[in-house]
Design a protein around this ligand. Structure first.
Ligand SMILES: [Zn+2]
Length: 345
């Protein structure tokens, strides 16, 4: 399978070991595909290990049930079990030299020593470490005869519709389109249905805790992306909320905590994507904060300050397409763009 991808915001796919990005690297793309597949498998109650926790990672063992491999590792690989597909990139992109330091000129904050500061987000890169713009061709090949590469195609279509690909989505990178038309999402849906089970995940990304949104702001610039990021951080300001703020928006320095809310750079005449996940259970919820209050604060902020084009969230009155979809299957069909009448019970 060959899929042409065109960047709508610059793409940053993570460096090789040297740290240099001289071409688009496959690992960042595969990492983001895996992240969304995990969230979907968990949402359907399927079996997904958590790669962040080493003791829970899958290790191939022919003696164990399912060979010791979860539904995600089954496709994306694990120790002793190779990935069921190979992804090769034909890269026609160019470095985006317009990417520089972003200052938040209109904002001020008081630092811990009482000094007034202008918040700044750097793109921490050298000249040879730039995000890239343009076209690339993804060549996806099965490495096992029973694997359908169309499952990966479905994931790409979902990501083109709602989110971003590659690394550093928190810096607004990786929104893309598929210029040669839509890819079928049914093989992905059918695979997820086949993997469905009764597991619940209250602390990991899943269909039950993600949100997908798109806002519009006339003549939006990169500055607006970073202003919005700053403003969402401020929704959770206050000393007693510091750990909550870092939990939701990440830590700025060193990025020890990755932001759970991502905001794209503007594309297509002022569109900005905002998406993320907020778990139901977390140790940082104190002083009346919980998932509902966090998500609602973000939603209300976007609705008040921007044209909110769309907001998708499972089992929520906030969803602007179909509110209160309590079935994970139905919500999945909806965000995959599948026609409801094709799946009537
Ligand atoms: Zn696994």
């Amino acid at each position: 399978m060959e899929v042409e991808v065109k960047t709508l915001t610059p793409l940053w796919t993570g460096g090789a070991k040297s740290g240099a990005v001289d071409r688009v690297h496959e690992t960042g793309i595969i990492g983001s595909l895996r992240w969304w597949f995990e969230a979907m498998v968990r949402g359907m109650g399927g079996n997904a290990c958590s790669p962040e926790q080493a003791e829970q990672k899958c290790i191939y063992d022919p003696e164990k049930p399912n060979k010791g491999i979860c539904h995600v590792c089954e496709i994306f690989g694990a120790t002793g079990w190779r990935r069921r597909f190979q992804l090769m990139v034909n890269d026609y992109t160019e470095p985006d030299h317009s990417i520089t330091k972003v200052m938040l000129e209109n904002c001020r904050y008081i630092d811990s020593k009482g000094r007034t500061r202008v918040p700044t987000w750097y793109f921490p890169g050298r000249l040879d470490d730039k995000p890239r713009i343009g076209s690339l061709t993804l060549r996806i090949r099965q490495t096992a005869p029973d694997f359908q590469t169309a499952i990966i195609g479905g994931l790409l279509q979902f990501m083109a519709d709602w989110v971003a690909i590659g690394a550093r989505a928190q810096l607004g990178f990786g929104v893309f389109e598929l210029p040669n038309g839509r890819l079928d999402t049914r093989p992905l849906y059918e695979r997820l249905i086949a993997n469905a089970g009764n597991c619940t995940y209250t602390r990991l990304p899943s269909l039950q805790n993600i949100f997908l949104a798109r806002i519009w702001l006339e003549n939006a610039t990169v500055q607006d992306t970073f202003n919005l990021k700053y403003d969402i951080r401020q929704l959770f300001s206050g000393q007693q909320n510091k750990s909550l703020r870092h939990f939701i928006m990440g830590t700025i320095k060193g990025e020890r905590l990755v932001a759970k809310v991502k905001i794209s750079r503007p594309y297509g005449n002022g569109l900005i994507r905002v998406w993320g996940w907020i778990p139901k259970e977390a140790g940082v919820y104190k002083n009346g904060w919980n998932r509902e209050k966090v998500v609602d604060a973000i939603y209300q902020y976007l609705r008040k300050n921007y044209t909110l084009e769309v907001w998708r969230e499972m089992d929520s009155p906030r969803d602007t397409v179909t509110p209160n979809i309590s079935s994970a299957q139905a919500f999945l069909r909806s965000i995959l763009g599948l026609r409801e009448e094709d799946y009537e019970a």
